[in-house]
Design a protein around this ligand. Structure first.
Ligand SMILES: [Fe+2]
Length: 255
């Protein structure tokens, strides 16, 4: 982790932190461009329970939070985006257009989210949900190398998100991962939305080789996904409605 932050910051002035919320095993990522006095920053997949921690870190590091991004409408936790906007109304909330969720900015494949001289590129990776996207750091001499891919639940370390609800499709997920993530340079870091085994990061090359289900042919993959027999997520009935309105921002006003 330390090595990556230092290596990237020397070439591209990226400040990068991986944060963890233990109840839902969710990773939140903080990225900032520190080559300009404004130090613009963004969060990927903030969680309501850890918003205070994240904003305090942002303050400590002297960053200006500009964007709060979600990779998709989560079913296992409430996004922190609504709380962040309640405290910092100028922060722009971002989610995909295909998610049908409320946000200030709806993104589609090919869009760029710019912070300072750095940017994230949006790749559509539906399959876990219909609106899942992967955010990938830019390509170019002044962008971080290796690249960083924030894959949400489309690709996990040695796994992937379930495909049995929220418009999920195992066929679509297989296609998304193979065409949009496995085509990235092999040294691209894979930073997922969750890990349940203690892993923190992988690479595209590593997952192409060792992912137990996505390395199989499409038919076998579909068979695996259809026979997982997973239980109904305990937070689903709370999390999905809240996340469709950006995580409580409007609900709070009505309570
Ligand atoms: Fe999810």
């Amino acid at each position: 982790m330390c090595t990556l932050s230092e290596a990237s910051s020397s070439s591209s002035r990226l400040l990068f932190r991986q944060l963890f919320e233990k109840e839902s095993s969710t990773f939140t990522y903080l990225l900032a461009y520190v080559g300009h006095p404004d130090r613009p920053a963004l969060l990927v997949d903030p969680v309501d329970k850890t918003v205070e921690r994240d904003l305090s870190l942002i303050k400590d590091l002297g960053l200006k939070l500009t964007y709060a991004l979600n990779t998709h409408v989560h079913a296992d936790h409430v996004t922190g985006t609504g709380l962040i906007k309640g405290m910092m109304p100028d922060v722009i909330s971002v989610i995909s257009k295909a998610s049908n969720a409320k946000a200030d900015l709806h993104v589609e494949a090919g869009d760029k989210i710019v912070f300072g001289k750095l940017f994230l590129e949006v790749r559509a990776t539906p399959g876990h949900t219909a609106g899942c996207v992967t955010y990938v750091t830019g390509e170019g001499a002044d962008q971080p190398h290796p690249r960083l891919a924030f894959t949400g639940d489309a690709l996990l370390i040695r796994g992937c998100g379930r495909t049995d609800f929220q418009g999920g499709s195992s066929q679509q997920l297989y296609k998304s991962v193979h065409s949009q993530i496995f085509t990235l340079p092999k040294d691209t870091f894979v930073y997922p939305a969750h890990d349940y085994k203690g892993f923190t990061v992988s690479t595209v090359g590593e997952e192409i080789k060792f992912n137990p289900s996505l390395t199989k042919d499409e038919g076998t993959f579909q068979g695996i996904m259809e026979n997982l027999n997973l239980s109904y997520p305990k937070m689903m009935d709370v999390a999905v409605p809240a996340n469709l309105v950006c995580g409580l921002q409007d609900l709070v006003a009505k309570v």
